[in-house]
Design a protein around this ligand. Structure first.
Ligand SMILES: [Zn+2]
Length: 253
């Protein structure tokens, strides 16, 4: 094995499946984008990798280029995010984030800000006990994810005519990718109604850092409305419904 065949990267494991007797195929998200890599022998108790490549673990990897998949040569855990696994709701959020990222990205598309967003989001979910705050963190992730993949929702200018939006705007069009001014709204009968509180909250998400978002006191019904609006904005970019959403709904009900 020559030196050029090896490279290092930070990564977060977003999906894994068993292959063969003792191997595992991992889908990882890295600053260089999404990758699928093989972890050989990881399911043997004697493997040095065992326990280092659990789902959602933030790790530093040494990878060897392979013909089909690159192969994990070494793994060093940077942060295991242990609290994420403490309760079903947090596990559900983590699964949802990982699945959303997996379904909305292509292998090898470099996106450093998206990797940072993923680390920031999982760190916050690991640290926050309060389920309303966890909810805020996930909603903000959804909004930023859309933006970082080139689908930034129009929240300051009308998604149809570019006119500056005022507090009178009360319709969101998933089709046009954002809010509509009162003049354009009647042209899109399928646009969703939006209360002023929800409109203000998603604008706040787009503008402010996470630390400010976590200072907010948001009524649960406003958060629920924002959840529905973001789902409507995300759905056109997914081929099918996410499995993790059904799990989350079951946990929450
Ligand atoms: Zn308009």
């Amino acid at each position: 094995m020559t030196r050029e065949r090896l490279y290092r990267t930070e990564a977060i494991v977003i999906r894994r499946s068993d292959i063969g007797e003792a191997d595992r195929l991992l889908t990882i998200y890295t600053p260089g984008g999404k990758l699928r890599v093989a972890a050989r022998g990881i399911r043997k108790t004697t493997s040095k990798l065992a326990g280092h490549l659990e789902l959602f673990t933030w790790t530093q990897l040494l990878l060897a280029r392979g013909r089909t998949f690159d192969v994990v040569a070494q793994s060093q855990t940077l942060r295991p995010f242990r609290q994420l696994r403490d309760d079903l709701e947090r596990i559900g959020w983590a699964y949802y984030i990982a699945e959303l990222l997996d379904k909305m990205t292509h292998e090898g598309d470099e996106n450093r800000p998206l990797f940072s967003l993923l680390v920031e989001t999982l760190t916050a979910l690991d640290e926050l006990d309060d389920s309303l705050l966890q909810d805020l963190v996930v909603r903000r992730f959804e909004l930023y994810l859309l933006g970082l993949l080139g689908y930034r929702p129009h929240l300051y200018r009308c998604a149809r005519c570019q006119e500056e939006l005022t507090s009178e705007s009360d319709r969101l069009s998933p089709q046009s990718g954002g809010m509509l001014c009162p003049r354009c709204a009647p042209m899109e009968p399928l646009a969703l109604p939006v209360t002023l509180s929800a409109f203000k909250l998603i604008r706040f998400f787009q503008r402010e850092p996470l630390t400010s978002v976590l200072q907010l006191r948001v009524r649960p019904e406003v958060l629920r409305e924002v959840e529905i609006l973001l789902q409507a904005l995300i759905r056109p970019h997914l081929e099918r419904d996410l499995k993790s959403l059904a799990f989350l709904q079951a946990v929450r009900s």
